[in-house]
Design a protein around this ligand. Structure first.
Ligand SMILES: Cc1cc2nc3c(=O)[nH]c(=O)nc-3n(C[C@H](O)[C@H](O)[C@H](O)COP(=O)(O)OP(=O)(O)OC[C@H]3O[C@@H](n4cnc5c(N)ncnc54)[C@H](O)[C@@H]3O)c2cc1C
Length: 432
């Protein structure tokens, strides 16, 4: 096996690094601990529900340029489809934030115009927010979203029905504990970027068919190598470089300065480089959980849209995974920033989610669904105020070691886009 760069970790960051290296004429060898690629964006076969299920439904936006370019490269970009962003709450009923195709900021103005929770009297507050975003004046990194929105005089109902749900969706963190700087970045990139950036995109296939399988095919077809079920257990250091990578399958010599891209989760990197992690303050970074509850009812019922946001309910998002219209309802509920809910019993989670589902589909109220719960305790980096300060850049004190991963300093939240971008940055550093 001939290779010239080692990548540790086969999530989106590692795969993105591998694809970028291959495009630059290098031959990476990627090591992944799990049996499959994909990391936190993966699917699996569930025997009870007899279906491929995602560990959690993933949404993207058109502004995910690095992630979309990765999908383009591996040939699965067409598996994403544009969807509207409808919300429902008891007091408001249905409302939508759906940007028509058009140049910014007109698509946003049109979306707000058509959004029924936006009223004439909100105009001055929206203008203030728009001006703040256009002026490119980054809010203080220590400021919370709640504080920033208050400073910009945003009315309580807009915060509750629009900015709050957008914050929680984009940062996996409620406004009171989310970084205003990160949310401002997301809003600017999404709504004030290029045409198409504000489009919400959802996969029509399980995540493995969107990411892991096509990426594997691309890497193998272009001369790269992959080893799954290969856990990195130690990094040996000598003379300012990583001299060997110790794995569950044996030792790999890198003493000649072979570049190593560690595209590992933060928790894994902390274990491998404890002293450095301590000295650079990586322990200051924390995680935000997501709980996903996949349900399967016998009775047939469909949401009127593929997804629905429920800003005032514990299940903030419901996804309709209906593949067979004649079959029973298949609804997936997502609880993001699930700091409390991730420790709830399965029964409590199910009954909470079932109640939320039956608000929209009352015909299912009498049934107890079959279900599968996925608790991701470390779903994303907690986007707390001040957290960006502790996210490390790609280069490290070791000449041949580069970092990648959604938790590194990308300037965007820990998302598919951040992960893909970090892989490209690390790969470019290798090539240059
Ligand atoms: C439930 C859920 C929902 C989400 N929803 C969205 C969304 O809607 N939109 C969005 O943009 N983002 C979303 N995210 C975030 C997104 O999934 C992540 O930002 C992204 O997948 C992170 O990719 P990564 O490569 O940085 O890390 P990871 O995916 O964690 O990849 C790291 C890889 O390293 C491997 N590994 C770990 N330890 C070792 C070791 N010792 N040796 C070798 N390999 C090792 C792991 O198995 C893993 O494959 C969601 C995440 C979750 C969990």
């Amino acid at each position: 096996m001939q290779w010239d760069t080692l990548i540790l970790g086969g999530g989106v960051a590692g795969l993105s690094a591998a694809v970028q290296l291959l495009r630059s004429g290098r031959r990476p060898l990627l090591l992944e601990a799990a049996p499959n690629l994909g990391g936190r964006a993966r699917s699996f076969h569930d025997h009870r529900l007899q279906q491929q299920l995602d560990n959690g439904p993933h949404l993207c936006v058109g502004a995910y340029h690095h992630f979309l370019s990765l999908l383009e490269q591996i040939g699965s970009r067409h598996q994403l489809t544009a969807v509207d962003l409808p919300f429902w709450s008891e007091p408001t009923g249905w409302y939508q934030l759906s940007c028509p195709d058009g140049p910014p900021p007109w698509q946003l103005l049109a979306a707000l115009w058509r959004c029924s929770v936006v009223q004439w009297h909100h105009g001055p507050a929206l203008l203030r927010l728009g001006r703040a975003l256009r002026a490119d004046s980054v809010p203080d990194d220590q400021q919370s979203v709640t504080h920033w929105l208050q400073q910009l005089g945003q009315p309580a109902d807009l915060c509750q029905y629009l900015w709050g749900p957008l914050c929680q969706a984009a940062l996996n963190e409620p406004p009171a504990s989310a970084s205003a700087a990160l949310l401002a970045t997301v809003l600017r990139r999404t709504f004030l970027g290029q045409r198409g950036d504000a489009q919400i995109l959802m996969a029509r296939v399980p995540l493995n068919d969107l990411i892991a399988r096509p990426a594997r095919r691309y890497i193998e077809a272009h001369g790269g190598h992959l080893m799954t079920r290969t856990r990195v257990t130690a990094l040996e250091q000598r003379s300012g470089r990583i001299s060997a990578v110790i794995t569950s399958q044996g030792q790999i010599d890198t003493s000649q300065g072979v570049p190593v891209i560690a595209a590992l989760p933060l928790s894994a990197l902390r274990r491998l480089l404890p002293q450095w992690s301590e000295s650079t303050g990586l322990h200051q970074l924390s995680f935000s959980p997501i709980v996903t509850v996949h349900t399967q009812y016998q009775r047939s019922a469909q949401l009127s849209t593929p997804l629905a946001g429920l800003p005032l309910n514990p299940s903030q998002w419901l996804f309709d995974r209906q593949t067979d219209p004649a079959g029973g309802a298949r609804i997936t509920a997502v609880i993001s920033a699930a700091y409390r809910e991730s420790s709830w019993s399965a029964q409590r989670l199910l009954s909470t989610v079932h109640q939320d589902i039956t608000r929209l589909l009352p015909q299912l109220a009498q049934e107890t669904p079959v279900f599968r719960i996925v608790r991701e305790q470390r779903a994303t980096l907690a986007a707390w105020p001040g957290s960006s300060h502790w996210r490390p850049v790609s280069t490290t004190p070791w000449h041949n070691l580069l970092l990648a991963g959604d938790w590194t300093s990308t300037g965007v939240p820990a998302t598919l886009e951040g992960a893909a971008m970090s892989g490209v940055v690390a790969a470019r550093a290798v090539v240059s």
